[in-house]
Write a protein that binds this ligand. Structure first.
Ligand code: ZN
Ligand code: ZN
Ligand code: FE
Length: 753
């Protein structure tokens, strides 16, 4: 290196925070610095990455600008500080090994789909990693799912047990190599391998033979459990109706749609309409399941997503998926490898126990999965990404908070679609999707994940936040582990999660609509209009409550919900109950036995869906509401129903009476469904006018409904309001934990001032 006279040299230090570890940032810095003839060093640090460079001013300036603009695709910089230092005259540029740090605020990197360079090598017969299912580099590969500690170094991953061979070592240590410091680096000589197991744990075959045998089994209509990145998938030939139905039968899953893994974007376009935004999401390295409008008459078996206008499609993300699909040349169903309501299996021995009734064969490998991570689910709504389930590729990437928390906060989340969240310094870390806490296994999974996150971040929660609902398993767990957990009203948490997701401040009107949430008055809320201010919230309007005969049991048989709704205003309609059942219902309602009141809009969706015979039974959460949305999409009517607002109550009685009239007049269900959606949008605009707040937050599970959300956004804008909806945090209960943290942060601020 050319040595300049001392006085011409300068030295500059950079502190870079954000998602900069595990994404190839240090090798990138190394290359950039050496290309510019700079000496110095780079190392991982508690805040992210620290760099010191020395050289001419011109070279440093150019280095700095490229550092900002040319950094690796998956790096996300949230902090960039620099200062001048005294010249030290070091004569080379080095990558310095990470040290252990007392407090860690580095980001846990998320798992990245295999990159195109690695794919090219994997399919090149001359390459030493030809058809190697664990190929990766500094720009791709597993991250969070293999991490046992921070910072992200091989010794703190589940790859620690594999000793690198000479060639892998050389690549790992060569700064000019694509795999320079690629922590999960491996090859067929030194890394993990695949095996095909029978149900009784006999190893049937290994390596490529295992792959070919698994492919053969899928072709024959068998179900194969495949160990992937964040857990097991159950796969079956998606074009084989019998195979898909067999999977449904064994998984005891009647109608809930299965996700598909398609071979390529081009192939996915044969089954679905795919916009540019959607294509970008599908091919991103987060590689989520994208909900896409289904085309008619394709070779996809109809039982993949029965009665559904959408298909959830993802592209292969693990090298193993690519190998499978390259051979199969047909799309596969790839659903979570679990029994209903249990977490996804991550270990082959556990999988043999939990899903051996479902799978015929097990395609496994010996790279342990430390942390489970389900596939993420996203949908484009109003031209923007909306994350419906935050898992692999998304979680636990942190969300930047505006201020620093003085105490460490843990939020245990909701009951269904559970996630947990942690606030450490100025970062909010939301766990991957855990699921419904209905089974012991799910609760154990929930606790384990909380411990993992706390351990990784070295956090001992000072404050534990939970839902107000006393029966939520998450609430009970918080009480078991903490003297005085801080309870937060469910819809207030929804509202603050939306506020955070949009980085906006109060005051705002929150429209929080979902299926169920414990109200301050002990009834079930779910059709709430909350005025959100600095101080807290005020329930300004809500939907007229009606009784749910049988309580939660009514959620399945939706004719009971209709019965309760009609009972509320003294209407009667033949709903096909036997005389005896009807007498029982009537008796329960008049005597008010197990007939909790609800203001839930989710239940109103259920009732209308059942009333007009679109869907009379929820076989999975949200089914009837989704079917009503699909029905409404088939109509273009701008008509709507009437409603009344008095004092605090939005009264739906007129609307339901008009729906009954429409039924009598044989108006088609599509039009009724559409008019119902239109009416709901009108209600929001009307209440927004009454409240006078400019900012309107649309939050809660009901706003996963694309038609409702897009229409409401449009109508609010036309009326001069600013609508805000969800983007990175789910509008459903997957966002509750994030909202709970935000409530606790507000309380902290109040105490301080
Ligand atoms: Zn790669
Ligand atoms: Zn090797
Ligand atoms: Fe909710």
């Amino acid at each position: 290196m050319l040595k300049l006279p001392h006085n011409k040299r300068e030295r500059r230090q950079y502190k870079i925070g954000g998602a900069v570890q595990g994404v190839g940032f240090r090798p990138f810095v190394y290359r950039l610095a050496t290309e510019h003839g700079l000496s110095g060093w780079v190392r991982n640090d508690a805040i992210g990455v620290i760099i010191e460079v020395e050289g001419t001013k011109a070279n440093i300036t150019e280095f700095e600008s490229l550092l900002k603009t040319d950094n690796p695709n998956n790096a996300k910089i949230s902090l960039f500080e620099s200062e001048n230092l005294d010249v030290q005259n070091d004569n080379a540029f080095k990558i310095i090994q990470s040290r252990d740090y007392e407090t860690l605020s580095v980001t846990i990197p998320s798992d990245l789909a295999v990159c195109s360079d690695c794919l090219g090598e994997m399919n090149d017969p001359q390459n030493r990693r030809y058809h190697y299912p664990f190929i990766n580099c500094t720009n791709c590969g597993p991250r969070f799912t293999i991490i046992t500690g921070l910072p992200f170094d091989r010794s703190q991953t589940t790859m620690a047990g594999f000793t690198k061979c000479e060639e892998c070592c050389a690549e790992y240590e060569s700064p000019s190599d694509r795999r320079f410091h690629a922590q999960p680096i491996a090859c067929s000589d030194c890394g993990p391998h695949i095996e095909l197991w029978s149900k009784d744990r006999t190893v049937l075959s290994k390596h490529n033979d295992a792959l070919m045998q698994a492919v053969e089994a899928v072709r024959k209509g068998k179900i194969v459990a495949v160990k992937g990145i964040g857990g097991f998938h159950l796969i079956a030939d998606a074009a084989n109706e019998d195979a898909v139905q067999l999977l449904r039968k064994r998984k005891a899953r009647s109608l809930k749609p299965f996700a598909l893994m398609g071979f390529s974007l081009e192939e996915a376009k044969r089954y679905c309409d795919i916009s540019e935004n959607e294509a970008t999401l599908l091919t991103s390295q987060a590689a989520p399941i994208v909900l896409l409008k289904k085309k008619e008459n394709t070779e996809i078996a109809s039982s993949v997503a029965p009665n559904n206008s959408y298909l959830g499609i993802m592209l292969p993300y693990a090298p193993l998926h690519h190998l499978l699909l390259q051979e199969l040349k047909t799309p596969i169903v790839a659903t979570s490898g679990n029994r209903s309501n249990e977490p996804i299996s991550t270990d082959e021995n556990e999988a043999l126990e939990t899903i051996s009734e479902i799978a015929d064969l097990f395609l496994v490998h010996n790279r342990p999965i430390q942390n489970h991570s389900d596939d993420s689910i996203v949908r484009i709504i109003a031209g923007r990404e909306m994350v419906l389930r935050r898992g692999r590729g998304y979680a636990p990437l942190p969300i930047q908070l505006k201020g620093k928390t003085t105490k460490s906060i843990l939020a245990v989340g909701s009951h269904i679609k559970n996630t947990a969240a942690l606030a450490v310094e100025d970062q909010l870390i939301v766990s991957p999707h855990i699921g419904d806490l209905d089974t012991l296994k799910a609760c154990e999974g929930h606790e384990k994940l909380i411990h993992t996150l706390c351990d990784l971040y070295g956090s001992k929660p000072d404050i534990v936040v939970c839902d107000k609902h006393p029966d939520y398993r998450s609430t009970q767990m918080a009480r078991a582990h903490h003297n005085s957990p801080f309870p937060v009203q469910h819809h207030y948490a929804h509202a603050l999660s939306c506020l955070l997701d949009n980085s906006i401040s109060t005051p705002a009107l929150a429209v929080a609509w979902d299926g169920t949430g414990y109200g301050d008055d002990g009834t079930i809320w779910g059709g709430e209009f909350l005025n959100i201010t600095e101080e807290g919230y005020e329930r300004s309007y809500y939907f007229r409550p009606f009784p749910l005969p049988g309580g939660e049991a009514a959620l399945k048989n939706l004719r009971r919900v209709v019965y309760g709704l009609l009972y509320e205003f003294g209407a009667r309609r033949s709903l096909g109950f036997t005389d005896q059942d009807e007498a029982l219902l009537q008796d329960a309602l008049t005597k008010n036995i197990n007939c909790p009141l609800t203001s839930s809009v989710g239940r109103l969706f259920d009732a209308v869906s059942a009333l007009i015979s679109v869907c009379t039974e929820n076989t999975y959460e949200g089914e009837a509401a989704m079917m009503l949305e699909f029905a409404a999409m088939k109509s273009n009517t701008e008509d709507h129903y009437e409603f009344e607002v008095s004092d605090e109550i939005v009264d739906w009685e007129k609307m339901i009476r008009q729906i009954l009239d429409d039924l009598d007049n044989e108006i088609i269900a599509f039009d009724i469904a559409r008019k119902f959606h239109n009416t709901l949008s009108n209600i929001i605009v009307d209440i927004a006018r009454k409240s006078g707040e400019k900012k309107v937050l649309l939050t809660g599970g009901c706003f996963q409904n694309k038609l409702l959300l897009e229409r409401t956004i449009e109508k609010l804008r036309n009326a001069g309001f600013e609508p805000y909806w969800h983007h990175n945090i789910p509008p459903n209960d997957g966002g509750i934990a994030a909202g709970q943290v935000m409530v606790a942060l507000r309380e902290q601020q109040k105490e301080r001032s």
